[in-house]
Design a protein around this ligand. Sequence first.
Ligand code: PLP
Ligand code: COI
Length: 361
Amino acid sequence: MDNKPEFRVVPSPNSVPGAERARILENPGFGKVFTDHMVTVSWDLDKGWHDASVRQRAPFQLDPASAVLHYAQEIFEGMKAYRTGHGTITLFRPEENARRFQASAKRMAMPEIPEELFLESIEQLVRIDRDWVPSGDGSSLYIRPFMFASEAFLGVRPAHSYIYCVIASPVGAYFKGGEKPISVWISDAFSRAAHGGTGAAKCGGNYAGSLLAQAEAAQHGCDQVVFLDAAEHRWVEELGGMNIFFVMDDGSIVTPPLGTILPGITRASLIRIARDSGITVEEKAYSFDQWQQDAASGRLKEAFACGTAAVVAPIGSVRHAGGEFSIGGGGVGTVTHDLRQRLVGMQRGSREDVYGWLHSI
Ligand code: PLP
Ligand code: COI
């Protein structure tokens, strides 16, 4: 039942005309416009994976009893295709997205799509929509694989049928200011994940639960929310859609350990790049109290958020119920800038891919 289905490729008869596409690609924003095609693959308990196709992007017809609409069995991934200076199109560590998608599926009691099928689905979509990969500085094609329970059944148990889909959207910078430092709000009222919960899975429900906290951050004039742990409300975890790093005055780096946070691929890549350049990186619990003390004493020099969408975003200021403070004078620190340059350089082909992380299409 784990046979890999052959993809049926049906090019869209209504693709966006080239001139209009070029206009969109000049300033795509984030996640507002989509390419011409999508991939879908179905899974049923009795058939396994079947009916793989690449076709015109179109709405789904869903039964109102579809399990995803009631019990939120849904997972997704986020990855980017880059147009390199040499004109090739590359993906960054797509096997890691495939593996995390499998881990998320397992946690949400969903079928695990084989890595090879996941990778082929991404390649198929990028190939047919390759003209949608922007070449502008900081822009890329954001790829969104996702899967949801489509069975019409209201009993509470894992569904017996699912749809896996991949869509893509040309994007510019996630934060409008580019590398300009962002401000963060420390959430007092809300937690993102608890031990034994779904924090390490990339499931839609985690994001639904973060929206009110993010709205609260915006009300306080901040770009992003930072979540503390659910048990003690003391330990820094991550942002709504990014992991977090702290750079100390001795040049070492601290980042919260895995467990209840999303195991970010950007996080893992930066840890590797930093360690290989001689920087000590500790994956250890770091409290908000310590953060405040280190900022006040000058021990903390820089902090940054990272993720596929956000890349590496310096954190310039922090607000919380008890006040506010800035980090490193609110500017962009040298370690943050250097790590960002190295990562982006590798992703975009201007630096050597020493780890074999790029996957050309
Ligand atoms: N944490 C959360 C909650 C996220 O949504 C993301 C983005 O995917 C990340 C961290 C960073 O993960 P990655 O670097 O794999 O994009
Ligand atoms: C990503 O970085 O891919 C995410 O899923 C995060 C989201 C804020 C867009």
